[in-house]
Design a protein around this ligand. Structure first.
Ligand SMILES: [Zn+2]
Length: 109
């Protein structure tokens, strides 16, 4: 009985951090191109970093948001990339983009 309770509590904590990452993602999209300094929901340090990777024509792609300190973050696929981001910022060779995105732990919902 106790074991089940502990597992349940753990998943609730994880969900909370995940939802905080999602809120940050929404905030970034709403405030572009002037994104304020945002704190990591995991370790509370700042700033967190983000990168859009997508197609210039369709403007559909993915968004990676991560914390450069504790290396936690989220990866959102099939994101509509805001028109406020200049084409030049994601019309970059994939090797260049992967250099910008560190290997971070993907927070699960
Ligand atoms: Zn962090």
């Amino acid at each position: 009985m106790k074991k089940f309770f502990q597992v349940d509590t753990m998943s609730k904590i994880k969900n909370k951090v995940f939802s905080q990452w999602i809120s940050i993602a929404i905030e970034i999209n709403q405030l572009l191109p002037n994104v304020p300094v945002l704190s990591c929901p995991n370790c509370h340090r700042q700033p967190i970093d983000f990168q859009f990777v997508g197609d210039v024509q369709t403007r559909i792609g993915y968004m990676a948001i991560w914390c450069p300190f504790c290396l936690h973050g989220v990866h959102l696929s099939r994101v509509r990339i805001s028109d406020k981001i200049p084409d030049t910022s994601f019309d970059i060779p994939i090797e260049e983009i992967s250099k910008r995105i560190p290997n971070f732990t993907h927070v699960k919902p």
